[in-house]
Design a protein around this ligand. Structure first.
Ligand SMILES: Nc1ncnc2c1ncn2[C@@H]1O[C@H](COP(=O)(O)OP(=O)(O)OP(=O)(O)O)[C@@H](O)[C@H]1O
Ligand SMILES: [Mg+2]
Length: 216
């Protein structure tokens, strides 16, 4: 479903990732761990095509880096759910509209939007806050909104880049439990973290990255 084979992607300064290989299978929970600056976010960026690999081979949900065209980016990203440490919500729109945003862009019918948004908001436990603005929510609640937005298109995988990095331990634990629930319902997870304490390795795949390289 996701496969990186010997992928190298360097920034102009020469940093980046080198010969990275990994796979994510349907339904799998995969941790990408390594120290700050190791290249975890860069691996995720290659997967959602924020950076272009210079060599190697990337396959994501049927899209292939060797034949990939720039105009395919929106179609690729619609197959992916992506969440970040800093939530990245639209601060001038309420919770409902933050989650509805991608559906409006793709001209989904109004009734469909309502049905889908209310369903994912219920899944993350935020139905009652649907008319609040992001600044009226706690950090943990804002991350739940971001998760709802990521899930509304039923992605093949949830890419999570340090999703608990800005949260206190209690809110972080709740978000981890939510991500685990999402995985148990069948969505694959690829989660980057430098915090080994978050890794519950039982029945999980753990990929280590150091100085831009995966090691096996
Ligand atoms: N836009 C950029 N331009 C130039 N260099 C960059 C850029 N983004 C990241 N880098 C460099 O690439 C390397 C890998 O960065 P990356 O953000 O992937 O690490 P990370 O493992 O996600 O770290 P952290 O745990 O701090 O988030 C680092 O040396 C970083 O300085
Ligand atoms: Mg990072």
């Amino acid at each position: 479903m996701i496969q990186l084979s010997n992928v190298t992607a360097k920034y102009p300064g020469g940093e980046g990732i080198e010969l990275v290989s990994l796979t994510v299978e349907p339904g799998e929970f995969v941790y990408l761990v390594g120290p700050s600056g190791a290249g975890k976010s860069s691996v995720l960026k290659v997967i959602y095509r924020d950076i272009i690999p210079q060599s190697g081979h990337v396959v994501v949900g049927g899209f292939n880096s060797l034949t990939f065209k720039k105009k395919q980016i929106p179609y690729l990203r619609r197959k992916l759910g992506i969440i970040f440490q800093d939530f990245k919500l639209l601060m001038d729109r309420n919770v409902f509209e933050n989650v509805a945003f991608t559906l409006r862009v793709t001209h989904t019918r109004g009734v469909e939007i309502k049905r889908k948004v209310l369903r994912v908001l219920a899944d993350v436990g935020l139905s009652h806050k649907r008319l609040k603005m992001p600044y009226q929510l706690s950090g943990g609640e804002q991350q739940r909104v971001a998760i709802a937005r990521a899930l509304v298109n039923e992605p093949i995988v949830l890419l999570a880049d340090e999703p608990t990095g800005n949260l206190d331990p209690e809110a972080a634990e709740e978000i981890m439990q939510l991500i685990e629930k999402i995985n148990s319902k069948g969505t694959a997870i690829l989660m980057a973290t430098h915090d080994f304490r978050l890794v519950r390795a039982q029945r999980r795949k753990v990929i280590k990255i150091e100085k831009g390289m995966t090691r096996s």
